[in-house]
Every structure is written in structure tokens, then in C-alpha cells.
Design a protein around this ligand. Structure first.
Ligand code: N7H
Length: 487
């Protein structure tokens, strides 16, 4: 067994890993490229003083920063240290392997991306800015840009929008559903919650025990390459320093949502025998696909109709109450992305939960683009003009990209045989044509006396950009700024 040091060093962890900055309503992401390594390193040292750490609760602005592999190369990190990063990060999101694992082909192929793909300049650094409102964000990001030295912005600033249900104040996403309800709680962070949703810090923050009671693989540096002693010792091995400690991997996917196509499909799929639309049936089918009603109420607790009182409910499993998926379908989005205690009925709920905890992600994304209806009410969304570009800047943190984000995407979201299904992938975001060799455009509702199947699901979520980033701890950030140019 490796280190058991588990007191979180909050002052060294970048804030976004532990909180979504919900009270900072405006946010944007600035993609940068390094133009001059020496100047960029100096700039990073100054930037390190402005980074918001996990110990503070910012009320005005917040700033975090992350790097792609190409960024670490151009900052001058040596080959041996670079080789200590995991392959998924090193290869990046557009390698042949990642495309296959993530299902990024056809309309989702990186060649079509507006950033992060092979046809756009590589993103090396991502600045992540938050502010209490849009004018403050503009001033804040403007002052950051004026201070750039050795780096330059490439492509557009990725903007975000706050989608709120004006009646309840809760966060929504563009299709009209409440979002940001279910998140794992990080053990040791102070907030208590149901044991089933409390996950070891090492699943998200490098340098702490994970759900195997081990330290997750992390990048290290030879002692002689850290002559200023900026990095902590690696606890498991002598002679190396821990570059990963208090860092995390940030997965970014820009996911365009075609809200018109989504609701058109639901309308077509639920018309009665003489071709009349049935709005109630559309919402019901959409809820079955999500696994929650628009208010957030989970189907496992509210199988037949929405119940806003249950909108925040997150303390539930499927094993005892809904093993066959008759309340929340087996292939619903939330049941695939977090099967909770129902992963393998033969193992029983406790063992299943323990395995499930090794595949959790911390979601920190925000929507972008104007909503089709400012009211964010489903009836208004259904009837509004739905033209325009909008979607989700999906961001998640994990300590092991392969075991967490990629596993969820490949083995749960895009797996046509998930939970004994046959030709279904995730009804919201799944690959409709896995690897271009089979059709998986079915959604099955388990029901008595017979299951119901909806066929020919179109694609309404499209990948438009993305990259894998390393978000270092703040000491590691200073280390990156202290590097010397390679001979
Ligand atoms: Fe998903 N949606 O609008 O329907 N998601 N998601 N997601 N998602 C969730 O429980 C959505 C995406 C997860 O613990 C809810 O907080 C949309 C990706 C996980 O029970 C809603 C997109 C991945 C959960 C949506 C999208 C995930 C979750 C319910 C893309 C991972 C928690 C709110 C445009 C690779 C499940 C909530 C749990 C919940 C939607 C993408 C994962 C409404 C529109 C790419 C882990």
C-alpha cells in the first residue's frame, strides 16, 4: 500500500477542482499558444500569484489554468518527465486510439472541430476565468489579456451562459432539463453526504489515496531537475519529486446541442395514430431518455409524472427499487453515466457500488449560446424558434482519464450492449453508429407486458472541439514557470 497522507492541501489545489464557483455567474475559457518559452515561463510565475486556490471562496472573480501535452513540451519540460504522464494525456483527444474509444468519427470527427482538431492550431494553455457578472468578466479577462507575455490567444474565447429556471433559480441545460444535481462528494472536503456518493479524493486529485487505496499514477521529476526544491517529494519512490500532487486532469468537450432536432424527434416518435402531436408524451419520452424529469426528479422515485419536490433528490440506487429498469430505463443517460448500485446484479449492490466509484467524474462544465426560450420552461422550448448555435462546454475532472472519463464514454455511453441491451447507445449523446460498423439508434423502455422500443434516433449532440488538459497544483505551476530552456 502506498501513502495514506490524505489531508487535502487546499491552498495548493486549483479551486475549480473542488467547486464549480456557482455564485460566479459569468465564465469564459481562453485558449492560448506559447510563442516564446522564456517569456511564457516568466508570465506563468506572475500568473501563479493570481490563481484561485481551493481554500478560498471567491465572490468577485476566479482564475484557473491548465495545459495540454503540447503546452508542457513548449514550456520546456524534459523528455523523461513528459514520459511520466499517462498515455491518454500524452496522445491527446484526437489520436487514433482516443477517436476509437470516444466514438469521434463521422459528424464528430476531429477534422470537423472548430478547435482542438488537426485543422486548427493546437491549444497549449487554457485560462479559465469566472466573475460575478458579465461586465466584471469582460474587465477581468481584458486585463489578463493585456498582461500576456510569450503567449497569444488562438481562436475565439469560449463563452458561457447561465441557464436558470427563473421560477426556481436552478441550473438548466438547453434541452430544458435541470442539470448539475448529481456530483460525487470528495472525501475529506468537509461536506458530508450519502456514503454511496462520497468518493476518495485520489479519484480526482493526484497525490491522495484513490478507491483502490493507492496513489493514482502521476508525473514525477528527478530531484536534480528541481534544484529550487519547489515540488514535494514523491511519497512512494525515493529520488523523485511529485509533479502531479494536487493536480488533476481536465477533459474538455465542446458539445453542440441541436435542440430543434431533439424535440422534433420526440414529436415524431410520440404522434398518435392520426398524426396529432402529444406534448405530454414527448416530455415523458424525453424524461425516460434522461432518467430525470425536467424538474430534476429521478424516474426511479417518480416513475409516472414529474414531481418538482424531488428535483434535488440524489440519494437513490436502482438495485432494490428498479432492477429491471421499469421505472428508469436501463439505458437512460443518468443510469449509464452512473449506474450506482446496479452495475452488475450478480455482485450485489455493495460490491457494485465499490466498483462504480472507480469510474466517477466531477462535472464542471457550463452551457454556451442563447437559450431557445429565456423562460427555460419545456412548453416554451418546444414551441420556440430553435435556430442558432448552442450547447454545453462539457468539462470534467478525473485522476485517470482512461479509467474514468474514457471508460464512461466507451463502456457505458457508447456501448450498444450496456446492461444487456442490444442496439442502444446513450439516447442523448451516444454514438449512433459505433465505429461505423453497426447501427445503435434504438432506445428501449423496459415495461410490462412488453418492452417499448423507439427506433431511428437521430444525432442531436455533436462534438465541436476538445482536448485533454493537466491542471497542476500551484507549486507545480511555479515549477513549470521556473524551467530553464532546454539546451
Ligand atoms: Fe450528462 N442532459 O441535458 O440531459 N446529464 N449530459 N453527460 N451526465 C446529466 O444528474 C446532458 C454528458 C453525466 O450521477 C443530467 O446532475 C447533456 C457527458 C453524469 O446520476 C442531465 C449532455 C458525460 C451525470 C444531463 C451531457 C455526462 C449526468 C441530470 C451533452 C460524460 C450524473 C442532472 C450535451 C462523459 C449521473 C444531474 C448521476 C447527468 C444532460 C453530456 C455524464 C439533464 C445535454 C459527455 C456522470
Amino acid at each position: 500500500m502506498e501513502s495514506t497522507m490524505s489531508d487535502l492541501e487546499l491552498k495548493d489545489i486549483q479551486g475549480l477542482v473542488v467547486r464549480g464557483y456557482g455564485s460566479l455567474e459569468a465564465a469564459c475559457y481562453i485558449p492560448l499558444q506559447i510563442q516564446d518559452g522564456e517569456a511564457a515561463r516568466h508570465w506563468l510565475v506572475t500568473l501563479a500569484d493570481q490563481i484561485t486556490n481551493a481554500d478560498t471562496r471567491p465572490t468577485h472573480t476566479a482564475l484557473n489554468v491548465a495545459f495540454t501535452h503540447a503546452g508542457l513540451v513548449d514550456l520546456g519540460l524534459d523528455a523523461e518527465t513528459l514520459a511520466s504522464f499517462p498515455n491518454e494525456f500524452t496522445e491527446g483527444m484526437t489520436s487514433e486510439r482516443s477517436r476509437r474509444v470516444l466514438g469521434d468519427h463521422g459528424e464528430n470527427a476531429p477534422e470537423k472541430w472548430v478547435w482542438g482538431g488537426p485543422n486548427t492550431p493546437p491549444v497549449q494553455i487554457l485560462l479559465i476565468c469566472f466573475a460575478v457578472d458579465e461586465p466584471t468578466l469582460e474587465t477581468f479577462s481584458g486585463s489578463l489579456s493585456r498582461g500576456f507575455s510569450g503567449v497569444a490567444q488562438i481562436g475565439e474565447t469560449l463563452t458561457t451562459i447561465l441557464l436558470r429556471d427563473p421560477q426556481t433559480g436552478y441550473s438548466k441545460e438547453h434541452f430544458g432539463f435541470r442539470d448539475a444535481i448529481s456530483e460525487p462528494l470528495i472525501e475529506g472536503l468537509g461536506k458530508s453526504g450519502p456514503p454511496a456518493t462520497t468518493v476518495k479524493a485520489g479519484e480526482f486529485i493526484l497525490g491522495y489515496p484513490n478507491e483502490y487505496d493507492l496513489l493514482t499514477e502521476r508525473p514525477t521529476v528527478r530531484v536534480e531537475r528541481d534544484s529550487q526544491g519547489l515540488l514535494p517529494d514523491d511519497p512512494s519512490e525515493s529520488g523523485v519529486r511529485d509533479l502531479g500532487r494536487n493536480g488533476s486532469y481536465l477533459v474538455f468537450r465542446q458539445l453542440h446541442q441541436d435542440v430543434g432536432r431533439f424535440w422534433q424527434f420526440l414529436d415524431d416518435a410520440t404522434k398518435d395514430a392520426v398524426g396529432n402531436s402529444d406534448p405530454e408524451a414527448q416530455v415523458r419520452l424525453a424524461a425516460k431518455m434522461v432518467g430525470r424529469w425536467p424538474s430534476g426528479a429521478p424516474l426511479v422515485r417518480a416513475a409516472d409524472q414529474d414531481n418538482p419536490e424531488l428535483g434535488q433528490e440524489n440519494d437513490f440506487g436502482y438495485h432494490d427499487t428498479d432492477p429491471l429498469g421499469r421505472r428508469c430505463p436501463l439505458g437512460a443517460h443518468i443510469r449509464r453515466t452512473n449506474p450506482r448500485d446496479s452495475l452488475d446484479p450478480n455482485l450485489g449492490p455493495q460490491k457494485t457500488l465499490a466498483i462504480n466509484k472507480r469510474h466517477r467524474i466531477l462535472r464542471r462544465g457550463r452551457p454556451y449560446g442563447d437559450p431557445v426560450s429565456a423562460s427555460m420552461q419545456i412548453e416554451d422550448i418546444m414551441s420556440a424558434d430553435k435556430s442558432g448555435d448552442r450547447g454545453l462546454h462539457f468539462i470534467c475532472f478525473n485522476a485517470n482519464i482512461g479509467r474514468q472519463f474514457e471508460f464512461v464514454q466507451q463502456t457505458w455511453i457508447n456501448n450498444p450492449k450496456f446492461a444487456g441491451l442490444y442496439e442502444d447507445t446513450d439516447p442523448l449523446i451516444g454514438d449512433r453508429d459505433p465505429r461505423g460498423i453497426m447501427h445503435a439508434n434504438v432506445f428501449t423502455e423496459q415495461a410490462m407486458p412488453a418492452r417499448r422500443r423507439v427506433t431511428d434516433l437521430p444525432q442531436y449532440v455533436f462534438v465541436r472541439g476538445g482536448a485533454y488538459f493537466f491542471m497542476p497544483g500551484i507549486r507545480a505551476l511555479r515549477y513549470l514557470g521556473s524551467l530553464k530552456a532546454l539546451p
